[in-house]
Design a protein. Structure first.
Lengths: 367, 259
């Protein structure tokens, strides 16, 4: 056991081996969509794309909930804000067609502003009260988007906005297939690389923030806000910063989502979606970047995998006894209950959460 | 009066009411530079309320605090910490799930600068600042005598070590005045003696100390001057021996019948 740990240490210490490791991971990630396409089919490439977007979203929420400890039940609103910022400025709706290079920063900025707008009135709230207010905020945004078609038609209401421009550089639009050296690169493949780049950036930013003066201040606020203030931390500004940073990730994810779909409507941004993202954070391991990535990937992929339950029943039993969509919610609920019982800190918890739930007894063991 | 002679902290007729209860009723006191100033009084006398007003947790209803020549009453706690008042809490308030050294590193927040861009890009400046934060934090853990526990989570430390960690965290903010709310509570005789030595060393390093304490022996041995609070009013002030003989103090502690 010890030798394995030491070997990993040595691997981390040697910069040449470390770069070799990074290269190997990069090679796997580049080959992944094509390998999945060949083995499981294009549907699964699409599922991976969606999973990458959820990783981006979950990492954003993790800054608010995991680092700063502010329970946000309306996080999907920032996804919506980013999505509509992009949709309105890159579609026939107003006949504006700006580049994604401009629109993603705009989406991030607008979402960040909304993050501060939500944060400012909730600064004095904690726990349950904060959760209720953020829940209300999420619903307000959705209902607003649903009703902003009268008297002036801005969002096109429940019909949503269609024909949204894809991510494109010059003539190279990602919604078309290209053939490069005998390889067919379909939209799902090219979007995979865009999403992967954004998710990788989000992971990098999250890890850097966590291990910094700002990250420590957030965690201190989560642990004891009053003591954090007495130690000279400007709790108001740092909480607003957490809301803004988290919202920014959501805004970028929203922009990417609508460029990928080509369509957006308010029904993509319900309370259930907020809760889904929160579940990814909690099940994966609140506050731990790796855990959150794992949670987002699993909770996107598992429901999709359950779709096979229908055809399998037909093949083995001759008839479909349990509808896969019923099974989905049942198993999801069961998974949640089991997780809370067996791994309350998440699949891959942060060191701190582990400590928190392990209790004082185990704490004396030196790491 | 030259600035060097002016008191480091001057509270002027501070009052604070909670509903019908006058927790502080026109309390004035002056803490001189470099002294250890003790505050004693029966339970509920208003000592902790005075601390909370001094450190900005409550705004005073009347009166003002002047610290190092500047009015600090009404400022937010983080601003008062930045001006140079650090405190510990009666019921220890560490960042329980952070390690001991991380707790002290949080104390460096107010004296360091790196923002989001610095954290993400981690340039040479940020790296140097982080190294310095960690170095100073470890130095302070060593100073209070718990360097061996640096990596342990705060909640798992022994009670006396938690008190020491709170002091290290407060010292990390580079205070001019360190306010300690019952630092010896729950300690045994050996731990108390060690704490007394630590506080003497802190004073010798140039930090002024304001101390709430119930342990009379510790207060009398350590403090240069003592103020006594009772029912939100200051009933006595002076050198420890004189305060101990003051009839008003004896009455407050033992009741009117014996006075």
């Amino acid at each position: 056991m010890r030798s394995a740990v030491e070997r990993v240490r040595r691997w981390q210490d040697d910069p040449r081996l470390r770069w070799l490791g990074y290269l190997a991971v990069a090679a796997v990630l580049i080959a992944l969509p094509f390998a999945v396409d060949a083995v499981l089919g294009r549907t699964w490439v699409r599922i991976i794309d969606v999973a990458l977007l959820f990783i981006l979203l979950a990492l954003g929420l993790n800054i608010v909930v995991g680092f700063a400890g502010l329970l946000d039940l309306g996080y999907i609103a920032f996804f919506a804000v980013g999505a509509y910022s992009y949709a309105l400025l890159a579609s026939p709706q107003f006949d504006i067609h700006w580049s994604f290079l401009v629109l993603l920063p705009i989406g991030a900025f607008v979402a960040g502003v909304f993050g501060v707008l939500l944060g400012a009135p909730t600064l004095k709230l904690r726990g349950d009260y904060l959760a209720i207010v953020t829940l209300g905020f999420g619903e307000i945004i959705r209902i607003l988007l649903n009703n902003l078609n009268r008297p002036y038609n801005i969002t096109n209401g429940p019909q949503g906005i269609t024909l949204i421009d894809p991510v494109a550089v010059g003539d190279l639009a990602l919604n078309r297939s290209y053939t490069v050296a005998g390889f067919t690169i379909a939209p799902v493949h090219s979007y995979y690389f865009v999403f992967l780049a954004c998710a990788a950036a989000a992971i990098f930013i999250s890890l850097r923030l966590e291990d910094s003066r700002i990250g420590r201040a957030w965690i201190a606020i989560r642990e004891d806000e009053l003591a954090a203030g007495a130690m000279g931390i400007n709790t108001r500004n740092l909480k607003l910063l957490a809301f803004a940073m988290g919202a920014t990730f959501g805004g970028i994810a929203g922009g990417l989502f609508v460029s990928f779909q080509g369509f957006v409507s308010p029904e993509s941004f319900t309370l259930l979606d907020s809760i889904m993202v929160l579940c990814m954070v909690v099940l994966g391991g609140m506050g731990n970047v790796g855990g959150v990535v794992l949670g987002a990937a699993l909770l996107t992929a598992l429901p999709e995998a359950l779709r096979y339950a229908g055809p399998l029943q037909k093949e083995w039993l001759g008839e479909v006894y349990v509808d896969p969509s019923d099974l989905r919610m049942l198993l999801f609920g069961l998974a949640l209950v089991l997780m809370m019982l067996l791994r309350p800190a998440g699949l891959w918890p942060s060191t701190m959460r582990r400590r928190e739930l392990a209790g004082v007894g185990e704490a004396g063991v030196a790491r | 009066m030259s600035p060097a002679d002016a008191p480091l902290l001057a509270a002027r007729s501070l009052s604070k009411r909670f509903g019908g209860l006058a927790a502080l009723d026109g309390v004035s006191l002056a803490v001189r530079r470099g002294e250890i100033f003790g505050m004693i009084g029966p339970n509920g006398a208003g000592k902790t309320t005075l601390f909370n007003v001094l450190t900005g947790l409550y705004p005073p209803d009347a009166g003002e605090c002047v610290f190092d020549g500047e009015r600090v009453s009404g400022l937010k706690p983080y601003r008062i910490a930045a001006r140079g008042i650090a405190r510990t809490f009666q019921n220890i308030r560490l960042f329980a799930n952070m390690s001991a050294i991380e707790n002290v590193m949080v104390g460096r927040h107010v004296r360091t600068r790196a923002g989001v861009a610095g954290a993400v890009l981690r340039g040479a400046g940020t790296r140097a600042e982080e190294r310095e934060i960690a170095r100073r934090a470890f130095e302070l853990l060593d100073y209070v005598g718990i360097a061996a526990r640096a990596e342990q989570p705060a909640f798992g430390l022994a009670y006396g070590d938690q008190r020491r960690l709170e002091i290290a965290r407060a010292l990390a903010t580079e205070p001019k005045l360190l306010a300690l709310d019952e630092p010896a509570a729950g300690m045994n005789a050996t731990e108390r003696a060690g704490l007394g030595r630590l506080l003497e060393r802190i004073r010798a390093s140039g930090v002024t100390l304001l101390l709430i304490e119930h342990d009379v022996r510790l207060v009398m041995g350590l403090c240069d001057r003592v103020a006594v609070l009772d029912y939100g009013r200051k009933i006595s002030e002076g050198d420890p021996a004189a305060v101990q003989r003051d009839p008003a103090v004896i009455e407050a502690y033992l009741g009117g019948a014996l006075a």
